[in-house]
Design a protein around this ligand. Sequence first.
Ligand SMILES: Cc1cc2nc3c(=O)[nH]c(=O)nc-3n(C[C@H](O)[C@H](O)[C@H](O)COP(=O)(O)OP(=O)(O)OC[C@H]3O[C@@H](n4cnc5c(N)ncnc54)[C@H](O)[C@@H]3O)c2cc1C
Length: 294
Amino acid sequence: METGARDGARALLRILRDLPGELRAEELLAPHTTFRIGGRAFALFRPSSEDALAEAVVRARTHGFPWRMVGGGSKLLVPDRGFPGLILSTTGLRSWQEEEGLLRVGAGVSLARIARRGAWKLAGIPGTVGGAVAMNAGTRHGAIAEQVAWVRALLPTGRVHVFTPEECGFAYRDSLFRRLRLPVLAVGLRPYAPQDLAPLLVERAQSQPLGLPSAGCVFRNPSGGRSAGWLIDQCGLKGARVGDAVVSEHHANFICNLGRARASDVLELVDQVQDRVVTRFGVWLDLELEVVGE
Ligand SMILES: Cc1cc2nc3c(=O)[nH]c(=O)nc-3n(C[C@H](O)[C@H](O)[C@H](O)COP(=O)(O)OP(=O)(O)OC[C@H]3O[C@@H](n4cnc5c(N)ncnc54)[C@H](O)[C@@H]3O)c2cc1C
């Protein structure tokens, strides 16, 4: 890392080291994402309590360090240059309670776990509950917003607020938490009756390229009924490749990492896809993928 980055890492270690959790300086972020792409952050902190997470956010702000929340890293592209600040991983927040017909779960609980306990519509989506709420993740059966009873999240003032479903600002693959970067700490979910997930998982394995690293759908489906995948496929872009980044033959809205893809390869491929689709159909494909730091 350059000197500035090393100084940043040292400063973050100094200001966060008394907080409970795991703190790593100059952490390579690629292994923290399903894309397996990206450079280093000044530091990564995995708090072991909500209070520690809240305090880390306050201290990062006070000292002027940019910070980002990361759950399972399944919707993220980390730039090759990394992230010049603090990554807050929620995977240490794994509280779990079932009470009065409600699942009360920490932001770092895996979606796979809640899918088995009554959130069957989300079966097969990787990542954490916090990331799913931020993204309003879902499948053709429904999205997580349908089951949210409340969300406990951190306001920019550092205060904790319990949001009602109406206050969450849920929209297609979007929420207030994503738009305003409010850290989700815990979520109350109304479970459906558990279902056999096997057929749902088989259906996904048939329609998605699960054998290669990716970050799920790269582009949002545009309004107007035609999916991003269909538009990309019609442009003959399946198999288009830059470096080790390739438009999946299996599902045209996935870009996969064949092994050594760089973020710059993915972004160049994104540009090519957007250019071709807008030229042919007059439709601009917005990114669903989140580029960390932008
Ligand atoms: C193979 C594959 C298949 C996929 N299929 C689907 C699918 O069918 N449907 C679907 O909707 N998505 C799908 N995805 C995308 C992804 O899994 C979801 O968006 C998931 O909900 C992201 O959760 P995460 O914990 O990995 O979030 P991350 O990728 O870590 O983060 C995503 C966003 O959420 C924010 N965030 C994360 N945690 C928190 C928190 N606690 N508080 C506030 N903000 C937070 C991050 O800052 C970032 O903005 C797929 C991805 C892959 C790799």
